[in-house]
Write a protein that binds this ligand. Structure first.
Ligand code: A3P
Length: 282
């Protein structure tokens, strides 16, 4: 048990108390990020891992393409805090609007994002499906650590000993900013229920003016099936793992009743008193 814990802990690099994957994050990059210069027309997409970040990234890229007719060029690692420390220098050359996806807490964003009141779209997904998606991701993708069992992963998830730390800490931190003027919350479950409406709301938030027909076209290309079919083309070998199942309620296939109750209790304990408690569909 102890050696297993040690083996898992080696997979993480801890920065300011939060574990990150050693293969993707370094302290040099975090230090460089402190002085990252956000532009007021940048677009920030924030989420805890597995809440649908690639989905909203695709939607926003399509919105930009429809309006500007220009394909957005991503840095090698689209996630802002991942990659080498020189990436922010390279990103200075990128045309506006740049898309910055992140799994950071609001409090850890580079100051220029806050100062310039950069628009931030936050996507949340219920914690149970998020945990199940995260588990499968670890165990399906060949080059990243796998867990011995769902039960083992669940324990780590509940303790926040997973990449990017605790879902609940992330939710508590962001919940204080969801009513900020430059922040818009979108729920995975709502997007799943009515994709075109969600896309329309996202377009309105970023002040992209599109026709109903254009919204429908983007919507047709943003369904789970459409994105999964193209996933190898768009995301390489990891594609099919990123677009695994795309459903609401898959947690019921893995959670035991005890785990269900533990998660409900944690949800209540952490999110009581926050605006997210009523909003999240858990
Ligand atoms: P599942 O593992 O439950 O299938 P992220 O992009 O933040 O890593 O999130 C990945 C999750 O979002 C995966 O969940 C994936 O299938 C789901 N997802 C991605 N695109 C989707 C889409 N167009 N519709 C529904 N779910 C989608």
């Amino acid at each position: 048990e102890k050696s297993r814990e040690t083996a898992l802990s080696r997979l993480f690099f801890t920065y300011e108390g939060i574990p990150y994957p050693v293969t993707m994050c370094t302290s040099e990059t975090f230090q460089a990020l402190d002085t990252f210069e956000a532009r007021s027309d940048d677009i920030v997409l924030a989420s805890y891992p597995k809440c649908g970040s690639n989905w909203i990234l695709h939607i926003v890229s399509e919105l930009i393409f429809t309006v500007t007719k220009r394909r957005y060029e991503y840095p090698e690692f689209p996630v802002l805090e991942c990659g080498d420390s020189e990436k922010y220098e390279r990103m200075k050359q990128f045309p506006s609007p740049r898309i910055l996806t992140t799994h950071l807490h609001y409090d850890r964003l580079p100051w220029s994002i806050v100062k310039n009141k950069v628009k931030i779209l936050v996507i949340f997904r219920n914690p149970k499906d998020t945990a199940v998606s995260f588990f499968h991701f670890h165990n399906d993708v060949p080059d990243i650590p796998s867990y011995a069992s769902w039960d083992e992963f669940f324990k780590h998830f509940m303790k926040g000993q997973v990449s990017w730390g605790s879902y609940f800490d992330f939710a508590i931190n962001w919940s204080e900013h969801l009513d900020d003027e430059n922040v818009k919350l979108i729920l995975y479950e709502d997007l799943k229920e009515n994709l075109a409406t969600g896309i329309k709301q996202i377009a309105e938030f970023f002040k992209f003016s599109l026709t109903g027909e254009q919204i429908q076209t983007i919507s047709a290309g943003s369904t789970f099936q459409a994105m999964r079919e193209k996933s190898q083309e768009t995301h390489g070998a990891v594609g099919p793992f990123l677009f695994r199942k795309g459903e609401v309620g898959d947690w019921k296939n893995l959670f035991s009743e005890a785990q269900n109750q533990e998660m409900d209790a944690k949800f209540k304990e952490c999110l009581s008193g926050t605006s997210l408690r009523a909003k999240l569909k858990h």
